[in-house]
Design a protein around this ligand. Structure first.
Ligand code: AQP
Length: 348
């Protein structure tokens, strides 16, 4: 079955308010979001329903939701041009997720590596929500019939699942969709947009582990709320190896920590690893780290300052989210209605 021929490009993505956003979220996803905003219709979400798949203190969840919203805006998301909202205010996400729970297969979810990582050894004690997370993520995207999803490399598998769900829905309901005027299927197969030198920023303490909000060590990540001293301390303490930097990218292959710092430098500078190594190849880490601190502080400090200013007026953040939610619902509600008709639900 072919894609719906007239699927207009539409971008959707989201982040969880589970803690401070870090450099991985910023370079892996947010920078792309800001770029795409100039050329695409964009919908960006603070995915608070995903956040509660692991326990969140309610007061912390509220303040983190505002903090993530402030981080979006401080990084360059314009809430007038772009739809910016928190997921739980648009109930269509949850309704479509239930329908997708009935489309997706257990075997598909059993293959999800993020569930295995997050549930760890105590699988039996993980929430059902954590297991079904990818189905809600598919609903987040497809309730807008979004076509492009800028994410970090870790979300690739979930995006493939969203495509499988879209395809299976289109196949399962092909007859009803044909009768409803969608002979080529209803949902587009959303494309991941994974680009740039920092699609997977690694922990500063272990170059083989993803930088993550929930890592027990704060030294493992640079938070978007860190001040210049904290950024300098974390980069100075970042794990490295004893060799100087190579002059070719191939020389980074077996050196995960060096590869990570060079990738971070390139992404912050808006260049490539090749360009960074042309400039710094042969340098010792002490010198390179000094240059990296300067660059990181110059990029993060203005975002940090703007976030603090925005968080001084929480009522304004709540107003922006309420406005975005209204605009999001205006798109999602008619799409969900069409899905309900196709599935065979009676509507008043
Ligand atoms: N280390 C990373 N490198 C590049 N991109 C990353 N992203 C996350 N970590 C990295 C991208 O950021 C977006 C939002 O992620 P999220 O907050 O929804 O959830 P996550 O991927 O689970 O991020 P964390 O930090 O690992 O959160 P916790 O610890 O709470 O699970 C996504 O586009 C993601 O790819």
């Amino acid at each position: 079955m072919s894609l719906p021929a007239k699927a207009a490009p539409r971008v959707f993505s989201g982040m969880q308010p589970t803690g401070n956003l870090h450099l991985g979220n910023y370079l892996g996803a947010m920078v792309r979001w800001v770029e795409m905003q100039a050329s695409h219709e964009c919908i960006f979400c603070v995915v608070d329903m995903h956040a509660i798949t692991v326990w969140q203190d309610p007061e912390d969840l509220r303040s983190q939701t505002r903090a993530v919203t402030a981080a979006y805006i401080a990084s360059g998301i314009d809430p007038k041009r772009t739809i910016l909202f928190n997921q739980s205010q648009v109930h269509e996400h949850a309704e479509l997720a239930w329908i997708f729970n009935c489309v997706a297969r257990l075997g598909w979810l059993n293959r999800m590596t993020q569930f295995k990582e997050k549930a760890g050894k105590d699988r039996e004690n993980a929430s059902v929500g954590l297991y079904a997370y990818p189905n809600l993520m598919a609903a987040d995207i497809l309730v807008y019939r979004a076509t492009h999803v800028p994410v970090g490399d870790d979300q690739k598998q979930h995006l493939e699942l969203a495509r499988d769900i879209a395809q299976k829905f289109n196949n399962d309901y092909a007859k009803a969709l044909g009768a409803a005027g969608f002979p080529d299927g209803f949902f587009p197969l959303p494309e991941p947009v994974i680009m740039g030198p920092a699609t997977r920023v690694m922990s500063l303490r272990d170059g083989t582990k993803k930088m993550s909000k929930s890592d027990a060590s704060d030294l493992s990540r640079i938070n978007m709320t860190d001040d210049a001293d904290a950024i300098a301390k974390k980069i100075q303490k970042a794990k490295t190896d004893p060799e100087p930097l190579p002059s070719e990218v191939a020389g980074l292959e077996t050196r995960p920590e060096a590869d990570n710092l060079v990738g971070i430098y390139a992404a912050l500078e808006g260049s490539t690893k090749e360009a960074v190594l042309r400039q710094h190849g042969g340098a010792q880490f002490s010198g390179f780290k000094k240059a990296l601190v300067e660059l990181a502080v110059s990029r993060i400090a203005p975002v940090n300052a703007e976030m603090s200013r925005l968080l001084g007026d929480p009522a304004e953040i709540d107003r922006i989210l309420a406005d975005g939610s209204k605009r999001a619902r205006a798109i999602a509600a008619p799409i969900l209605d069409q899905v309900k008709d196709v599935v065979g639900f009676l509507r008043g």
